[in-house]
Design a protein around this ligand. Structure first.
Ligand code: GLA
Length: 390
């Protein structure tokens, strides 16, 4: 694949690339909508993601091309004019990272040519956008000889999404892309950024599947920002009676004791989800460490129910897919990522995986008229330089 991309780079830009980078997408196993509430998340990096081939230029021009968006063609940015431009389509993601690097005081002394290619389904909730952002941050680190830690690179990628793209996301996706480790999920405390890698050992007995609703996320950005605002409102109400910095500072019992001060019912339910999801995440990681995958699966199910009823981000297609998985005997199944369409993650017994998939596919098709796509989860490494071409 990379060889083919090198040829494509030459065709686009007239000479060969000097470096090849990769940053993965992620699937979140549990801990949804806890990351901007100071809670825990438990994502893992995939072996799918975004590749970038680069060659430095001597002027201040950055030329970008994506073979997945050939219709958009080559896009040119000047390093002294990095301002969001809808007409420049997908290239706003990498441009946003460069803009944030500049704001952070990193001198970008010259431009470069870059070709991107990715094998994640776009807009499916597997963090295609975080993967291109983190890929750009890591390539900038090399191209400009910056001395930033991976945490800083990840934070810069998140800031690009917040400030340049306008989605007030938390840090989970970019963090998972930067800190992935093959065979491991990442238990991250989003309050302190302390994390540990937990082995995801299913001993061939169980299999993790991603199922794509093939329903593109609708209004995901505006709904996402609305949910965040509702959580902030709930926090502000709770802070009048208890000294907390984030919703997930509360245990479920503490939350229930104070919940009445959140007058707005929607805000109260959003907060209830965040607090209970944080507790489920810690319980799920403990269950996984004890090799109790049945409990892990039940917590995945409970997570989906809470995202459906309290947080209200599932929608018809994700509910149909997850219901079908439950009917077909999943050990656990839930939506993953921001919701509003996109993907679900399912834990199934390996011996039943083929029959399970066929049954879910059929049930989902007859319920929605759409075909679902399935991917076996392979947990990969985080963002990195793949190759320096000499
Ligand atoms: C999106 C965001 C993340 C996180 C999830 C929900 O993926 O980018 O920061 O909030 O939604 O858990």
């Amino acid at each position: 694949m990379v060889e083919q991309l090198k040829d494509e780079f030459k065709q686009q830009f007239g000479a060969g690339a000097s470096h090849v980078f990769f940053a993965p997408g992620r699937v979140n196993l549990i801990g949804e909508y806890t990351d901007f509430n100071g809670g825990h998340v438990f994502p893992c990096a995939l072996d799918l993601g975004t590749y970038a081939l680069v060659r430095a230029r001597t002027d201040n021009v950055v030329r970008m091309y994506s073979s997945q968006f050939a219709r958009v063609g080559q896009v040119t940015w000047a390093l002294d004019a990095l301002v969001f431009d809808a007409a420049k389509d997908w290239s706003n993601y990498p441009a946003g990272v460069l803009a944030v690097l500049q704001q952070a005081g990193c001198g970008l002394a010259h431009g470069f040519d870059v070709l991107f290619w990715g094998n994640l389904p776009n807009g499916a909730g597997l963090s295609s956008s975080a993967s291109i952002e983190v890929c750009t941050a890591v390539l900038a680190q090399h191209v400009y000889g910056l001395d930033l830690s991976m945490v800083q690179l990840v934070q810069i990628a998140q800031r690009a999404e917040n400030q340049f793209i306008g989605v007030n996301c938390g840090i989970m996706d970019q963090f998972a892309s930067g800190f992935g480790r093959a065979g491991h999920a990442i238990l991250l405390d989003t309050n302190t950024l302390k994390f540990e890698h937990a082995p995801v050992d299913l001993w061939d007995e169980f299999t993790l599947l991603i199922a794509n609703t093939n329903k593109r996320r609708e209004l995901a950005e505006s709904n996402y920002n609305l949910r965040r605002a509702e959580c902030d409102a709930a926090l502000a109400a709770l802070q009048t009676v208890t000294a907390i910095g984030a919703l997930c500072d509360l245990s479920v019992a503490e939350f229930e004791r104070h919940a009445h001060v959140i007058v707005d019912e929607n805000a109260r339910r959003r907060a209830r989800h965040a607090v209970s999801e944080n507790q489920r995440t810690l319980q799920a990681v403990a269950a996984l460490n004890q090799r109790d995958l049945l409990t892990f699966g039940q917590l995945m199910n409970a997570s989906h129910v809470s995202l459906r009823d309290d947080f209200e981000v599932t929608g018809l297609h994700l509910d149909a897919l997850v219901n079908a998985a439950w009917q077909a005997g999943a050990v656990g199944a839930r939506m993953t990522g921001a919701g509003f369409g996109g993907c679900a993650v399912m834990l199934v017994r390996s011996a039943q995986a083929a029959a399970f998939q066929a049954q879910v596919e059929q049930a989902y098709l007859s319920e929605t008229g759409l075909n679902a796509d399935f991917y076996a989860v392979r947990i990969g490494e985080g963002a990195r330089l793949l190759e320096a071409v000499l």
